[in-house]
Design a protein around this ligand. Structure first.
Ligand SMILES: C[S@@+](CC[C@H](N)C(=O)[O-])C[C@H]1O[C@@H](n2cnc3c(N)ncnc32)[C@H](O)[C@@H]1O
Length: 371
């Protein structure tokens, strides 16, 4: 018998066991949520690049011309592209001032979903329900997902978007302790356990550089990753448009033939074969684990280099969350090497993040000698 797999290809029992403990949905602050959210927080929860990805995703998945929409756990921004004109946009959240600052909302509802997961709306009311960077605060997620299933029209869309940042006092323990992969699978499980949705689907984007104007740019973290799990309520009529997942803006297809050709010239051009950026001379650090056999290497420091950008996702898929790599050229051999990074500022001269050579999935087929 074929064993069902999660969206990420794992055995679903692995993620279900995370929910088995009695404390899975406990929070550091077990006080009433309305008290925590009393103070308005009109902040950007993600960097501008990640927010643009969310808008693009919403625009791509919502095909309805004048949808009736619910922004569940809403604040001052509902992340709708300007091209989308809902007939109604109801915002449900805990802070009245935040909701009043949201000019796109046509209705505002204050309701604590952890105190009462029932949604104050009649069945089959909405074409689309959005939940952005908030699912990690739900203490009874399956009940809430079931309620979303009740208030959606058949064929209606429930889109749950999340990243890897949250308010620590109010995040549920299972979310904080899970890996990014497990968080995707947890949300998938909430959809499945709610029982009212068609097959969940997944969108992911990670690895684009963080804008230099962002307040966390100094940390060296790339743009906040975007994960979205979404599904339609069962029973949608035949012949309705398909919801098309947009391409991941961070992913470009590798060009192994072109890269191999440019690599052959790289000692002359001193340019990165992946992006054409001039290479920088990088003093080899004193690392007892790696014998580089050279005093310096040429390295591509372009944070938008497709090799670096793709690397965050390639390594994520291999189970190395939060890592990428940079292209290195050996001045003696003209061969290509990689070095792992955990942040974009890791490799300031003499510093190697991680200190190990990464597995290079989209390696040029010829002309490159892996160290
Ligand atoms: C991180 S903010 C995200 C806001 C918004 N969705 C966005 O994308 O900017 C989390 C929001 O969830 C809402 N929230 C938190 N706990 C809630 C609860 N128990 N019931 C309803 N809303 C809640 C808060 O009002 C807060 O605005």
């Amino acid at each position: 018998m074929k064993v069902p797999r999660t969206l990420l290809g794992s055995d679903p029992r692995f993620v279900r066991h995370l929910l088995a403990g009695p404390d899975a949905f406990r929070r550091a602050d077990e006080g009433p949520d309305p008290r925590f959210y009393e103070k308005p927080r009109k902040v950007a929860h993600l960097d501008a690049t990640a927010l643009a990805t969310v808008e693009t995703l919403v625009g791509a998945l919502v095909w309805e011309r004048r949808p009736v929409m619910l922004d569940l756990m809403a604040s001052w921004d509902s992340h709708l592209p300007t091209s989308l004109s809902p007939a109604r946009l109801v915002g449900l959240g805990l802070n009245e001032e935040e909701l009043r600052a949201n000019a796109r909302l046509t209705e505002r509802v204050i309701h604590d979903l952890n105190a009462d997961p029932r949604l104050p709306f009649p069945p089959d009311s909405f074409d689309v329900v959005l939940n952005v960077v908030s699912v990690e605060y739900l203490t009874k997620p399956v009940e809430v997902f079931r309620e979303v299933g009740r208030v959606l029209k058949p064929g209606g869309l429930f889109l749950v978007v999340f990243s890897n940042r949250w308010f620590p006092p109010k995040v549920v323990r299972v979310w904080e302790e899970a890996s990014e992969r497990e968080r995707v699978e947890l949300v998938e499980l909430f959809f499945r356990d709610a029982g009212s949705f068609d097959e969940p689907r997944l969108f992911m984007s990670m690895g684009l550089p963080r804008p230099e104007s962002d307040r966390y740019w100094e940390t060296g973290a790339p743009s906040d990753p975007i994960f979205a799990v979404f599904a339609e309520k069962r029973g949608g009529g035949p012949g309705r448009p398909t919801r098309t997942v947009p391409p991941d803006p961070a992913w470009t297809e590798p060009d192994p033939v072109g890269v191999a050709e440019r690599l052959r010239q790289a000692l002359t051009t001193l340019r990165c074969p992946h992006c054409g950026h001039p290479l920088s001379r990088w003093a080899v650090p004193d690392d007892p684990c790696i014998d580089w056999d050279v005093e310096y290497l040429w390295i591509c420091f372009n944070d938008a280099c497709p090799f670096v950008v793709r690397g965050w996702r390639v390594l994520w898929e291999q189970g190395q969350e939060g890592h990428s790599y940079r292209f290195l050229l050996n001045p003696k051999t003209g061969g290509a090497t990689t070095v792992a990074i955990r942040g974009l500022h890791d490799l300031t001269p003499g510093i190697v993040g991680g200190g190990w050579v990464a597995v290079w999935k989209d390696r040029p087929p010829t002309g490159a000698s892996q160290k």
